[in-house]
Design a protein around this ligand. Structure first.
Ligand code: SF4
Length: 210
């Protein structure tokens, strides 16, 4: 189930400046895959200058259901506060289970996570194509528990498969935890009063933190 919410009414509280288009040139349209509200805060702050951002939620990895609901609620609150449209794609749980089947025993940060990143970013790339965006990006690399290189590789593969027949969508590779990015996300999440989770998302990561 897909839906779109909000956009352009928010206060931008806590952010330093809105996207400023160069005279006569529109900033590139960017779809930002958000793993959660807290991680999205500092990435939006970093990318907002110079991009026309829409937010995207597709996270069928998050378990159990009440945790999924809490994280989505935080995402909605952030989108409203910063005044950016939020495209929500629910469902996908069975697709995620099929994708990670056989990788249950992998450690956090291993092969199961590569598949999990790629699935979510493939959906982001498909949505970006539908919306006519020029680029996608992902908030995932802001986590100190995640290797940016693996996420960037998944993003490049996802955009390459979305580009078959018409190469124009690109993935913005980055490591958003650099230059104090994670600490900034902690500060901003507090300012916005967002719920912050204690584990990555799937039941395997939950059992590691229990
Ligand atoms: S640990 Fe996180 S990234 Fe890895 S499979 Fe689970 S939810 Fe996905």
């Amino acid at each position: 189930m897909a839906s779109t919410e909000g956009g352009r009414q928010g206060t931008g509280l806590g952010f330093q400046g809105a996207a400023a288009a160069q005279a006569g040139t529109a900033p590139p349209r960017l779809l930002l895959h958000c793993c959660c509200g807290p991680c999205a805060t500092a990435v939006i702050e970093r990318l907002r200058e110079g991009h026309d951002i829409a937010l995207y939620w597709f996270n069928p990895n998050i378990q159990p259901e009440d945790e999924f609901a809490r994280r989505l609620e935080a995402m909605r609150a952030l989108a409203e506060a910063v005044g950016l449209p939020l495209h929500i794609e629910e469902g996908g749980e069975e697709e995620w289970e099929r994708a990670v089947a056989g990788l249950e025993a992998e450690p956090e940060g291993g092969a199961r996570c590569d598949v999990c990143y790629r699935l979510r970013l493939e959906h982001a790339a498909a949505k970006a194509r539908e919306l006519g965006c020029e680029a996608i990006a992902a908030t995932l690399s802001i986590s100190p528990h995640k290797e940016a290189e693996r996420i960037n590789r998944a993003g490049v593969v996802a955009t390459q498969s979305a580009n078959i027949g018409e190469p124009r969508l690109r993935f913005l590779a980055a490591d958003y935890k650099s230059a104090g990015g994670f600490q900034r996300s902690v500060e901003l999440a507090k300012q916005f009063g967002l719920y912050r989770q204690r584990y990555c998302g799937c039941r395997f990561s939950l059992s590691l933190r229990a």
